[in-house]
Design a protein around this ligand. Structure first.
Ligand code: DGL
Length: 264
């Protein structure tokens, strides 16, 4: 089994690092860096990228796809799910399930503009957790800062503080990281939120769900086996440097697969 994982850039690596804890199936990571940030794109644009990336994955032998991106999970998957011929996994439901498991009833969600405005978190929380209250805040400046590797910079701290303020003001007891880039801000988040707010990274819950749902061979159930191929649509060197800094490990050489259509 080969599993394709994609995001606009480095964010989906927060899902990739969890997925490889559960499976030693071969993984293929695609960062659509020539189109980052996805949070500012229309559903139509994101759907075009989705089909092109799924097509690329299929040429590389992938038999399933993990959309390691909240924005595409929110805006694309409802449009395409019935038309993809292979299993495809989104992150939103796993995020909500993970939050419900720990929340005291007041949940904040930090997300991209596209995800926040889609209303998908609000709707799913109402369905799964009607007794809880959910507050969604968009944070459009964070993804470009994380893509630039600025995970502890003052400018990032200031932006995060500004975006968290309305959620803190609502008295949230749980914060869902509703964008796969945000787990790389864990240090700042803990510092700004203090010990009383539970921070939910949905990646472990999604990784577990994917490995439970896929028909993996027993030999594919252990951690870190066949390795990962890394591809991006933009500059591979920039991605490699930032990814290695965020993950604090060496990665195999990142390759470029250009995307057709417009550039960011
Ligand atoms: N990391 C993605 C998400 O979870 C995309 C963020 C972006 O490119 O704006 O939404």
């Amino acid at each position: 089994m080969v599993i394709g994982i994609y995001d606009s850039g480095v964010g989906g690596l927060s899902v990739w690092r969890e997925l490889r804890r559960y499976t030693n199936a071969r993984l293929l990571y695609f960062g659509d860096t020539c189109h980052v940030p996805y949070g500012e794109k229309s559903p139509e644009q994101l759907e075009t990228y989705f089909w092109e990336i799924v097509g690329f994955f299929q040429t590389q032998g992938c038999q399933s796809v993990v959309v390691a991106c909240n924005t595409s999970s929110a805006l694309v998957l409802p449009r395409v799910r019935d038309r993809v011929g292979i299993p495809v996994f989104g992150i939103i439901e796993s995020a909500v399930q993970a939050a419900v498991a720990v929340s005291g009833g007041r949940v904040g969600v930090l997300a991209t503009r596209g995800t926040a405005e889609s209303g998908v978190y609000q709707t799913m929380f109402r369905t799964i957790y009607p007794q809880g209250q959910v507050f969604v805040q968009s944070a459009p400046r964070l993804v470009p800062l994380i893509e630039a590797g600025q995970i502890t910079a003052q400018v990032t701290r200031d932006a995060l503080k500004e975006y968290l303020a309305p959620l803190v003001g609502r008295g949230v007891d749980t914060l869902v990281l509703g964008c796969t880039h945000y787990p790389f801000l864990q240090e700042l988040l803990v510092d700004l939120l203090g010990p009383d707010v539970r921070i939910v990274d949905p990646a472990p819950s999604l990784a577990l769900h994917v490995t439970e749902e896929l028909p993996l061979e027993p030999a594919e159930m252990g951690p870190r086996g066949a390795g990962t191929g890394f591809w991006v649509s933009g500059d591979p060197t920039t991605f490699q440097e930032t990814a290695e800094r965020l993950l604090q490990e060496k990665l195999p050489t990142v390759q470029c697969h250009p995307m057709s259509g417009e550039r960011a």
